[in-house]
Design a protein around this ligand. Structure first.
Ligand SMILES: Cc1cc2nc3c(=O)[nH]c(=O)nc-3n(C[C@H](O)[C@H](O)[C@H](O)COP(=O)(O)OP(=O)(O)OC[C@H]3O[C@@H](n4cnc5c(N)ncnc54)[C@H](O)[C@@H]3O)c2cc1C
Length: 489
């Protein structure tokens, strides 16, 4: 794991002043407008709990603050500086995205990555930059968080959510149980499921014998342990290749990536749909269109970036094996035997690079809701759902990323849970997971929460409007006290 991510420089200090001044000019943060609620115990109820302070969680938090929704908490299970994959399980030197992307800045120029980078390296440095170094992205995110004064409680996990009277009850790892009106699950790529493990006759992912023999590529791994070793890797996409390269660079003798497919996927379809019309419009389409688009995307797959493949090509000991699926793996005393469709191989260790699965029944936080969450399977004909089993497992979300009950009334307050993670792509497109769609996604989420909180309290807001007294004309000769006014008071 890499450390020391936060940067300090005169240029950044200067930019921070500019950004803070910009924020002040935008009247940030506006006053909180949400009426306070109290629970049955007389304690104040939290308006929004954001779970996860990665890219999506922190942008949602800053968006809510900017909207004047300030009775919020942002919790993050990891330590400060270890949010998201960037200095833990991401193993590529640079981001895969192009450098010009915006998102975490929510439209404030001084908060863009470019501003952050130029403040340290000048305009020329920006011109020379090819792609964003991975740890720079993390340092940048932490800097934005600091400048917008978003408080994050690190080392705090959400354990459980349940309905509790008029609210949701969240149990936290601190031992607290808190009543909340809305929960945003910004808990990352695995936040709607977990690691995807292939099914083999002789292997179970929960078998303790897999320690130091079978890894998932998205786990934390000590690559120095692979010095001189021969590794088999299941998968040929970005993460699988990055893991193979990291192992070879750490001294592994051989790293072979296997695929069922005959060659690498060639076209990154998500690049072609990365424009505002698609990003804003996809979630507004009817079910047939959304299903058509994402079942196609899922089937098409996404090629590894050419930088990853070039990195691999240069390393002696690297190889691809296409059209050679694994049929079984057996953990031995001194390694792992892999039976492929073509042969049997012995490795010192194997890495499973098959990504994440979407399956809300695997999320312990959602156990009391899971069985009643509407999935895309519930909205498609059985044969279509069967033919697209992965797509069918995605939750069918409402317009503000909220979960929807399968049987209305059975699980109260389910729609107060907003799923702002990868599980939302079938319903909304990639607005809560990748950088390009973040601006659209965070804005949509915030507006929806704002609208819902306002709507729930509309009576109070209207009473306040009736009761409002603003003696605008008091300094003039034409002021009339309230008890002597005619017409609307
Ligand atoms: C290896 C890798 C490389 C990527 N590269 C790119 C790229 O180049 N370009 C791009 O656009 N996208 C990329 N992505 C995709 C995406 O941008 C990242 O996954 C990004 O981190 C998503 O942000 P997030 O906030 O949704 O999730 P995360 O950054 O993963 O943040 C989620 C946070 O939630 C916390 N959390 C989880 N559960 C709980 C809980 N119960 N209680 C409290 N906290 C919890 C986690 O600790 C984590 O910090 C990459 C993803 C990976 C995995």
């Amino acid at each position: 794991m890499d450390s020391v991510v936060e940067r300090q420089s005169a240029g950044l200090d200067e930019l921070e002043k500019v950004a803070r001044h910009d924020l002040a000019r935008l009247n940030y943060p506006p006053a909180n407008w949400v009426p306070e609620k109290t629970g049955p115990d007389g304690r104040p109820v939290l308006d929004v709990l954001i779970v996860g302070a990665g890219m999506c969680g922190q942008t949602a938090g800053w968006g809510l603050m900017r909207e004047g929704i300030r009775n919020i908490r942002v919790i993050e299970r990891n330590r400060h500086g270890q949010e998201g994959p960037w200095n833990t399980t991401a193993r590529m030197p640079t981001l895969r995205s192009p450098k010009h992307l915006t998102g975490p800045d929510l439209g404030v120029p001084a908060l863009t990555f470019r501003a952050w980078y130029e403040a340290q390296h000048g305009a020329e440095g920006w011109e020379k930059l090819y792609k964003i170094p991975r740890l720079d992205w993390l340092a940048y995110l932490l800097w934005v968080r600091k400048v917008v004064d978003l408080k994050v409680e690190n080392g705090v996990s959400l354990l459980k959510v349940e309905a509790a009277g008029d609210f949701l009850r969240a149990s936290l790892s601190t031992g607290e149980t808190i009543l909340v009106r809305k929960i945003v699950l910004a808990n990352g790529r695995d936040g709607s499921g977990g690691f995807r493990w292939p099914s083999f006759p002789s292997f179970a992912s929960e078998d303790p014998a897999r320690t130091a023999r079978v890894y998932h590529t998205l786990e934390e791994i000590d690559f120095t342990a692979f010095k001189g070793k021969r590794l088999g890797i299941l998968g040929v996409l970005a993460t699988a290749i990055d893991n193979a390269c990291t192992a070879l660079e750490a001294g592994a003798r051989e790293a072979i990536c296997y695929a069922r497919r005959p060659h690498l996927p060639q076209v990154n379809k998500s690049k072609g749909v990365s424009f505002p019309g698609f990003q804003r419009g996809q979630g507004m389409l009817d079910d047939d269109w959304r299903w058509k688009i994402y079942t196609y995307m899922l089937a098409a797959g996404s090629p590894p970036p050419h930088e990853s493949v070039l990195r691999a090509q240069r390393l002696p000991g690297f190889a691809f094996r296409f059209a050679e699926p694994w049929l079984d793996i057996v953990i031995d005393a001194d390694g792992v035997t892999v039976k492929t469709a073509k042969t049997t191989e012995c490795f010192d260790a194997v890495l499973i690079g098959t990504g994440f699965d979407i399956d809300l029944s695997r999320r312990p936080e959602l156990a009391s809701f899971a069985a009643n969450i509407t999935l895309w399977a519930d909205r498609r004909a059985p044969d279509e759902a069967q033919a697209n089993a992965e797509a069918a497992r995605y939750p069918y979300l409402g317009p503000g990323f909220e979960l929807i009950e399968k049987m209305p009334g059975r699980t109260p307050h389910m729609s107060d849970i907003h799923l702002f993670n990868w599980g939302s792509i079938l319903s909304h497109g990639a607005l809560a997971g990748d950088i390009p769609g973040l601006f659209v996604g965070a804005t949509r989420l915030v507006q929806s929460i704002s609208h819902a909180l306002f709507r729930e309290d509309v009576e109070t807001h209207v009473q306040n409007m009736y009761a409002q007294e603003d003696p605008e004309l008091a300094p003039t000769d034409y002021f009339v006290p309230r008890d002597r006014r005619s017409g609307t008071l």
